[in-house]
Write a protein of this length. Structure first.
Length: 667
């Protein structure tokens, strides 16, 4: 039994913690006395007390009894906290309160009407639309304006015509709110009825916003004209909405592009003026417009925005679209820019295929700034000019690794059109005393794939440096063919494990039966990573012929080896390997057990499935999840009942999620 007198005493206490304590007792009460106390707490001086009252009321089961109290709280003129808290509860209740509130849209109290309309807008339920449309004709200008604003929030197409009609009203506040609401409505709006409000300086920006989302090419001339307005704010609004309109139009844009071309001079001047000291949204709009009209003269002004992470992709897109027409401007910008912009300009010269920039880029290879050397190297590769081959070679010994890598990439590009010339240079340097030069020569060979050179790869395979021999192995693997098999087999006995691994992986990809026997020796390598690579390669080549060797590895003392062997056997999917794989399900290493569960999913063996069913209660949560997944995919008999039973006991969120997903998929 709840002692209301005690609760009243607590709620009336000066200590806010005691007031909160008293409110919490009211959770259990659903009578009018309790509601009166809760309602009074909505106006408490303490935000914590008000918050507690809101939380209790939003969980109240008897909403119908609650609503009148909340409505009366909205009438409280001298307590803003009570009004705001009541509004918060009503909004959280959503449709439950909307059905009740609509009858007060025409209440005698204009303040209440406005509060109700604001709340209905925030709720966003279309049930309020007809009532709000009616409120557009309210005697109070604030109520009318709120009705328009709320209709915009709700977004009901049925309100569009009424909002358009309200624009004919001479009430400026209503007109502004209606335009903002129509802006949210978007497409399908009569441009002419919106455009007439461009004559009113106070409504001009809002009207442009609506025209921008109209999706109608008829709005384009109005927005273009706005670019000529004396007011910078108006020009800015016109520019941004011009871009919005162009991007949203779903019809053929050729006509729109022609209209932009006619106003190219005006557009370029206005857009360029918004490339300094503006917010990024406006700058983005200006850059887009300049790109659409392919205004190459603006490249210099656009370039600095490439240093902004959010705008860099747009700058790149625009300069790429301008293309070769802008190469002279880019070259001039490079000569006049600082070292911050130059790397980007070098990149763009390569991106657009600026053949006139080859000499400049070759000169940039000697720049003191690493980023400039890096960008110019890659661009020279893209331009595929043979003159770049010799100047690129010194970069193989650059102080920065990424610059060396850029030179490797450049040579790889150049070899596409000048293979013989590139190979001739590599041949001259493959035996260089410089480790960096030799290594990068072999990297280029590897990148060339089948366009590489067998004899150069063999030379590199004899290098004293293990990393170079590894690159040589990769180059041989990329070349492929029968002649690569023998040297790759020789690499399996290299003293460096990375070389052996590379050789194993190459032979595995080539699937050459001749290499199977040598690869089998890798199963006994002392290095676990070599051994793992050998397991994968042997399984891909030998298939069923190597099942015995792979099952023997399930007894290995290293968990990683057992897991890799299980994965290989799982891909082979041979029934004869099931008994040995099942033994792995008894392993002390949970990772091994999990791998066995997952990689035996090909099997329909009853013993295996029975074991899996028992794993639903395994002590390790990952094994439980793995078992549930395999079993649910097989739709094993009795699984649904067992999972339902486990669900009552399970305390791990991920396992619970797996069980629920499995149950939803089971028939």
């Amino acid at each position: 039994m709840i002692d209301l007198e005690k609760i009243k005493s607590l709620i009336g206490n000066a200590d806010e913690d005691l007031r909160i304590k008293g409110l919490k007792y009211l959770k259990e009460s659903q009578n009018s006395s309790a509601l009166e106390l809760l309602t009074s707490a909505l106006g408490d001086d303490s935000w914590r007390v008000r918050k507690t009252a809101v939380e209790i009321m939003t969980d109240y089961s008897d909403v119908e009894s609650l609503l009148p109290y909340l409505l009366e709280s909205l009438r409280c003129e001298d307590n803003a906290g009570m009004r705001n808290s009541s509004a918060e509860v009503l909004e959280i209740l959503g449709r439950k309160s909307a059905n009740y509130l609509v009858q007060f849209v025409d209440d005698e109290d204009h303040d209440l009407r406005k509060f109700v309309i604001d709340i209905l807008g925030n709720i966003g339920d279309k049930i309020a639309t007809p009532y709000l449309i009616k409120a557009l004709s309210d005697d109070d200008e604030n109520v009318k304006s709120s009705a328009a604003e709320s209709l915009g929030k709700i977004g009901d197409d049925k309100a569009v015509n009424s909002l358009i009609d309200s624009l004919a009203n001479n009430d400026l506040l209503l007109q502004f709110s209606a335009l903002e609401a129509l802006c949210k409505a978007g497409k399908g709006l009569p441009v002419s009825k919106i455009a007439i409000h461009l004559n009113n300086p106070l409504l001009k920006k809002a009207a442009y916003d609506v025209l921008g989302v109209s999706n109608d090419i008829e709005a384009l001339p109005y927005l273009l004209k706005g670019l000529e307005d004396r007011s910078k704010g108006t020009r800015k609004a016109a520019l941004k909405n011009l871009v919005t309109l162009f991007e949203r139009m779903t019809v053929d844009k050729n006509e729109a592009k022609a209209m932009l071309e006619e106003k190219k001079t005006i557009i370029s001047g206005v857009a360029a003026s918004f490339l300094e000291k503006e917010d990024e949204e406006t700058v983005a709009a200006a850059i887009k417009l300049l790109g659409w009209i392919k205004h190459k003269q603006s490249i210099k002004e656009i370039l600095p925005w490439s240093s902004f992470e959010t705008l860099a992709p747009l700058v790149t897109e625009v300069i790429s679209d301008i293309g070769l027409d802008g190469q002279a401007e880019l070259i001039d910008a490079y000569l006049k820019s600082d070292d911050v912009l130059r790397p980007y300009i070098c990149s763009m010269l390569g991106e657009i295929g600026a053949q006139n920039a080859v000499d400049l880029l070759i000169e940039a290879l000697r720049n003191d700034v690493g980023h400039i050397r890096h960008s110019s190297a890659i661009s020279l590769g893209k331009l595929r000019d043979q003159r770049a081959i010799k100047p690129l070679m010194p970069l193989f010994e650059d102080d920065y690794g990424d610059v060396q890598e850029a030179a490797v990439i450049a040579f790889s590009y150049l070899a596409g059109e000048h293979r013989d010339a590139v190979l001739a240079v590599l041949k001259n340097y493959i035996n260089s005393e410089s480790f960096s030069i030799r290594r990068n020569c072999v990297k280029v060979l590897s990148n060339l794939g089948k366009k590489g050179d067998f004899s150069l790869a063999l030379t590199a395979l004899r290098d004293e440096e293990g990393s170079i021999r590894k690159n040589a192995v990769e180059a041989l693997g990329a070349l492929g063919g029968d002649e690569a098999v023998s040297p790759l087999i020789l690499s399996l006995s290299d003293e460096e494990r990375d070389v052996r691994i590379a050789g194993i992986e190459c032979l595995g990809k080539m699937k050459c039966k001749e290499s199977l026997k040598p690869l089998l020796t890798g199963l006994y390598d002392e290095d676990i990573w070599v051994k793992s690579a050998a397991i994968r390669a042997v399984a891909s080549i030998g298939e069923g012929d190597v099942a015995d060797q792979l099952t023997q590895l399930l007894n290995d003392g290293v968990g990683l080896i057992v897991i890799v062997a299980l994965e290989a056997l799982g891909k082979l999917a041979l029934d004869e390997t099931v008994p040995a794989m099942m033994n792995a399900m008894e392993n002390e290493d949970n990772e091994v057990v999990k791998a066995a569960v997952e990689n035996m999913s090909f099997s329909e063996d009853e013993t295996y499935l029975t074991k899996l069913m028992s794993f639903i209660d395994h002590k390790n949560w990952e094994i439980r999840v793995a078992a549930i997944k395999v079993l649910s995919e097989k739709n094993v008999k009795g699984l649904k009942e067992m999972l339902s039973k486990r669900l009552d006991l399970e305390d791990d969120d991920l396992v619970i999620s797996s069980i629920n997903e499995a149950l939803s998929n089971l028939t």
